[in-house]
Design a protein around this ligand. Structure first.
Ligand code: IMP
Length: 503
């Protein structure tokens, strides 16, 4: 006879945390959200840590290079979506790895033979007043001079005047080279009262970047940024169990820091084979997460197969209709609780700690805190990030409000049949497991993440813990009744602000 669980499967909304003793040093600013990303042995350190316990979902509507840079600046990590050609995905990874905070590739470039009229046109097209003058008119040509609005007066000069006659020539320029750090560049800018500093290749004289005065303040303010040993932003990428032998080498070549098998259901021999191939091929140096699972048995299978982290969640995603379509899945809280217990058991028995990622189903910020309390080491989010400026989708006006587009990888729009693939000839999608939707536009990632992380720190402080591992050990949770949920919101008062809306 089929096995029936005695407990119903539960969602985050059905739990609350109880406070613990808050000691005087247990203030929110002392709470660390640093968390391991990949497996490690007892007494050792993980080779990758996140500074904020948030990763962005492996989805077309969420994780491209722009999102990856924005999230790494704030301590988290994106997994670039896999439902695209291999070279396109590798290119996105490469863009993140090449991105240097504060170092901007010049987008306004002309040659000395161009004219003032060309400068005026370029300025109106790009909106930038600093134009690099290079031998070939490109951003990587030999730097011959610079034109800023201080170099010409439209009212007094003919628009046919050649740039060579009024540019500031290279000999008079102050510049940096590839070894100049952002801090040094900023000092040079301030000491010399410049608006920008060109950075050139010391051997060839080719232009590489500009550092702009106005950008520095912005770049200085990322205390949690997630950097690799060469101070580049860290980035992950999704893979599938079909073309990994071709895809993984290209992603590794592009500099990817960590991989994750993207599958709606990960308890399969396909995942085991993929993990084994990658670990053998790269001697364990390329880290790869697996999933998704919702119980102890499948966790153990993937742990034994070598998964570097394991992702939890089936059917809880905001755009997900898997449970309706196929009748498979489990409430996200129950899944995290059972898998975390299995992980702790695995650690006790084998001395290997496997980080857990709770994936999908986060509606309110406090759901992330609950997931961490229940044993997750970090959270994967789709809807949350899709709402921000940095997500790759269109911002549109619907019924007078700004919205962003957000669609599931199992929707016919994404055509990611590999994510739902169970082997066989792989003939594509027969039915959808996700929807195409809008989510309310919410502004910048930074502003929103600051608030979310402040709430998590604040609750952890209430619970008397200073770190996520301590939270795992000490958190006390209770199931709430439906009537106590009503008690939890504003009730029995006439609201002055009818837009009252808790994130
Ligand atoms: P959200 O944060 O609740 O929006 O959930 C995002 C998660 O939903 C992703 O990380 C995936 O695990 C999952 N997901 C993405 N696309 C689909 C889909 O089309 N159907 C079902 N689940 C999906």
């Amino acid at each position: 006879m089929a096995f029936i669980y005695s407990e119903p499967s539960r969602t985050f909304n059905e739990y609350l945390l109880l406070p613990g003793l808050t000691t005087k040093d247990c203030i929110p600013e002392n709470v660390s959200l640093r968390t391991p990303l990949v497996r490690f042995k007892k007494g050792e350190e993980s080779s990758i840590y996140l500074n904020s316990p948030m990763v962005s979902a492996i989805m077309q509507a969420v994780s491209d290079d722009g999102m990856a840079i924005a999230l790494a600046k704030n301590g988290g990590l994106s997994f670039i979506f896999v439902s695209q050609p291999i070279d396109a995905q590798a290119e996105m990874v490469s863009k993140v790895k090449k991105y240097k905070s504060g170092f901007v590739v010049s987008d306004s470039n002309l040659t000395p033979d161009n004219t003032l009229a060309d400068i005026i046109d370029l300025k109106s097209a790009k909106g930038h007043s600093t134009v690099a003058i290079t031998d070939n008119g490109k951003s990587d040509g030999k730097l011959l001079g610079l034109v800023t609005s201080r170099d010409y007066r439209i009212s007094r000069m003919s628009v046919d005047t050649k740039i060579s006659e009024f540019m500031t020539p290279f000999e008079k320029l102050i510049y940096g080279t590839e070894s100049t750090t952002l801090k040094e560049a900023n000092d040079i800018i301030w000491d010399n009262k410049l608006n920008s500093l060109p950075i050139i290749d010391s051997k060839t004289g080719a232009l590489k970047y500009f550092v702009f005065r106005k950008d520095y303040e912005q770049h200085k303010e990322h205390p949690y940024e997630l950097l690799d040993s060469e101070k580049r932003y860290m980035v992950g990428a999704g893979i599938n169990t079909r073309d990994y032998k071709e895809r993984v080498p290209e992603l590794v070549k592009a500099g990817v820091d960590v991989l994750c098998i993207d599958s709606s259901e990960g308890y399969s021999e396909w995942q085991k084979e993929t993990l084994e191939f990658i670990h053998n091929e790269y001697n364990g140096k390329v880290k790869v997460g697996a999933g998704n699972v919702v119980d102890a048995e499948s966790f153990k299978y993937l742990a034994d197969a070598g998964a570097d982290f394991i992702k939890i969640g089936i059917g809880g995603g905001s755009i997900c209709i898997t449970r309706e379509q196929k009748g498979i899945g489990r409430g996200q809280a129950s899944s995290v609780i059972e898998v975390a217990a299995a992980r702790d058991e695995y650690f006790k028995k084998n001395g290997i700690y496997i980080p857990l990622c709770s994936d999908g189903g986060i509606v309110h910020d406090h759901h992330m805190t609950l997931a961490l309390a229940m044993g997750a080491d970090f959270i994967m989010l789709g809807r949350y990030f899709a709402r921000f400026d940095e997500s790759p989708t269109n911002k549109v006006v619907i019924n007078g409000s700004y919205m962003k587009e957000y669609w599931g990888e199992g929707s016919s729009r994404a055509r990611n049949w590999q994510r739902y693939d169970l082997g066989g000839k792989g003939t594509g999608m027969k039915f959808e497991e996700g929807v195409d939707s809008y989510v309310p536009y919410a502004g910048s990632l930074r502003d929103n993440m600051d608030i979310t992380l402040a709430k998590i720190r604040s609750t952890m402080s209430n619970c008397g813990v200073l770190s996520i591992p301590e939270f795992h050990e000490k958190a006390r949770l209770t199931i709430v009744s439906s009537t106590s949920i009503i008690e939890g919101g504003a009730h029995d008062v006439l609201l002055k602000d009818s837009n009252y809306n808790i994130k």
